[in-house]
Design a protein around this ligand. Structure first.
Ligand SMILES: *Cc1c(COP(=O)(O)O)cnc(C)c1O
Length: 224
């Protein structure tokens, strides 16, 4: 993207234009696909213009960083929606429930259990997505595809959770399309409607394959 504009708001507008064209081609509605602007490592001064331009959905990968950065922004823009897209330790589950609107990285039974207990305790219910390790990578978080159905069922019956979405991060260097297709298939057979997939390098493919949430960082805010 050598000729891309460099201001986050210009970048976001350019992404929206490309996305709209891709969605028309895929016969999908623009309104059905949300851009989650991934603002990790970028400070409030970079985020503010994007908020002022009307964007409201953001992603952060660390609880601590988000809690330091977002309270003043949220005071000015109370309708914004914050997604946790990074790994969550159980000792931060309480803070995550209190702070985030969506937790996209439910990836193990213990975390699911602790989140369920915290949500009941706080009477606050962020939307929960399960992270699926579609590439079955040793070093990556997430439930393996063959364990997904059982884990989703366990979350629902044992922990009383409503699972609203699935998310995945395909292996670097792989063709992402089969991973997006697999995530969509697991979601469909489990009656799950939200699909968080696609990042700066592959969001158009993800959008054409049914993503409801695109997690876009560097294409909006620049390199980290
Ligand atoms: C950083 C991050 C993104 C955004 O990546 P870009 O390539 O900068 O768009 C998306 N998802 C997760 C889980 C991330 O940690």
């Amino acid at each position: 993207m050598t000729s891309a504009p460099t201001h986050p708001v210009d970048n976001l507008h350019a992404i929206r234009r490309e996305l709209k064209a891709a969605l028309i081609e895929a016969r999908r509605e623009t309104a059905d696909v949300v851009i989650t602007a991934v603002s990790k490592t970028h400070d409030a001064s970079h985020i503010l213009p994007v908020l002022e331009a009307g964007h409201r959905v953001f992603g952060e990968n660390r609880v601590q960083e988000a809690m330091e950065k977002w309270p003043p922004l949220r005071a000015s823009f109370p309708d914004l929606e914050l997604h946790l897209i990074g790994p969550l330790q159980t000792n931060k589950a309480s803070a995550a429930v209190a702070f985030f609107d969506v937790i996209e990285t439910v990836d193990r039974p213990k975390l699911a259990r602790v989140l369920g207990a915290e949500m009941a305790k706080q009477d606050k219910y962020p939307a929960l997505y399960i992270q699926i390790n579609t590439g079955e990578e040793e070093q990556k978080a997430g439930i393996t595809p063959c364990e997904a159905d059982a884990f989703i069922a366990q979350c629902r019956t044992e922990y009383g959770l409503t699972i609203e979405g699935l998310m995945c991060i395909p292996p670097a260097g792989d063709d992402p399309a089969p991973h997006f297709a697999l995530l969509a298939k697991i979601a469909a057979r489990n009656g799950i409607s939200q699909l968080s997939m696609g990042m700066s390098g592959d969001y158009l493919i993800a959008a054409q394959m049914g993503a409801t949430h695109l997690r876009i960082g560097s294409a909006i805010f620049g390199a980290r």
